[in-house]
Write a protein that binds this ligand. Structure first.
Ligand SMILES: NC(=O)c1ccc[n+]([C@@H]2O[C@H](COP(=O)([O-])OP(=O)(O)OC[C@H]3O[C@@H](n4cnc5c(N)ncnc54)[C@H](OP(=O)(O)O)[C@@H]3O)[C@@H](O)[C@H]2O)c1
Length: 260
């Protein structure tokens, strides 16, 4: 995808060590200047250093997307530095409650909706004018939780389903301004977090982590789990002019675990 984002400014909200990091690195490899936003400045700087070391351009803006002033400050920092924003990727994640929905505290559900739905909407609203000037693109990161109704995922599913509904409505409402909005729905992501978790599952059932991987991957068509960069490449595609006629769409990236 070298060059597909040449000259573009890509803002990534919710950058952590997992998918957020990969999105920043793949966007930079595709030619973009990358703005990294989340609350933990030290982690943003680590990822930005990787972007810079690979020859990219980065800007770190510590931001809490649940805070109006912080998000307004993010927009100001981006415009001061680059004068424009072409792409917004919304990736923020906090561990959801994994209790049965009927036993989940309302406070936890509210916090999840506040981050995933209202936090994302706040960032989109704040960037709409500048994205409209650039015929910009938005990519919201969702999850395969929208494809199943397994127990204990209810709180997460509520938030991600609302995020999807919001993305589809905004695609219609902002299409007239030339802004495209799409969704990437990853399945499992074969990252350090999942490697650790499979190690714990293996200990519990007295099997090897490789067996946990094989049993999990067996549910997918490709019999493997996607790497973070494979999800990030789907994000870069939807953000790029290669997807210039695609909006309101959801791209599942799950090695074929769920599909029509
Ligand atoms: N990991 C998976 O297996 C998986 C599977 C399917 C879908 N997904 C989706 O993929 C996305 C990325 O997941 P990930 O685990 O790879 O995450 P990640 O990129 O490692 O990190 C996401 C970051 O979001 C930031 N964040 C949380 N609250 C925030 C706030 N109020 N304001 C700004 N930033 C905030 C956190 O950083 P700070 O604490 O520094 O703010 C966190 O490090 C999520 O949308 C998730 O739902 C993940």
């Amino acid at each position: 995808m070298t060059g597909v984002l040449d000259g573009k400014v890509v803002v990534v909200s919710g950058v952590g060590p997992g998918l957020g990091r990969s999105i920043c690195l793949r966007a930079a490899a595709a030619g973009a200047s990358v703005v990294l936003a989340a609350r933990t400045e030290s982690r943003l700087k680590e990822v930005a250093a990787e972007v810079d070391a690979a020859g990219g351009t980065s800007l770190v803006v510590p931001t809490d997307i649940t805070d109006d002033d912080a998000v307004d400050g993010l927009v100001r920092s981006v415009l001061d530095e680059f004068g424009r924003a072409d792409v917004l990727v919304n990736n923020a994640f906090a561990l959801p409650s994994m209790k049965p929905l009927a036993r989940t505290d309302f406070d936890q559900i509210t916090a999840s909706l506040d981050l995933t739905v209202l936090g994302t909407l706040r960032v989109i609203k704040a960037f709409t004018d500048t994205l409209a000037e650039a015929d910009g693109a938005i990519v919201n990161i969702n999850s395969m939780v929208i494809r199943h109704s397994e127990p204990r995922y209810g709180s997460y599913k509520l938030a991600k389903s609302a995020l999807l509904a919001m993305s589809q409505t905004l695609a219609t409402e902002l299409g007239g301004k030339g802004i495209r909005i799409n969704t990437v729905a990853p399945g499992y992501i074969w990252d350090d977090q999942l490697k650790w978790y499979f190690g714990e599952v293996a200990k519990k059932y007295d099997i090897t982590p490789e067996q946990v991987y094989e049993q999990t991957a067996a549910k997918s068509d490709l019999k493997r789990l996607p790497e973070p960069d494979e999800i990030a490449e789907a994000v870069v595609f939807l953000a790029s002019p290669m997807a210039s006629a695609i909006t309101g769409h959801t791209l599942d990236v799950n090695c074929g675990e769920y599909h029509d």
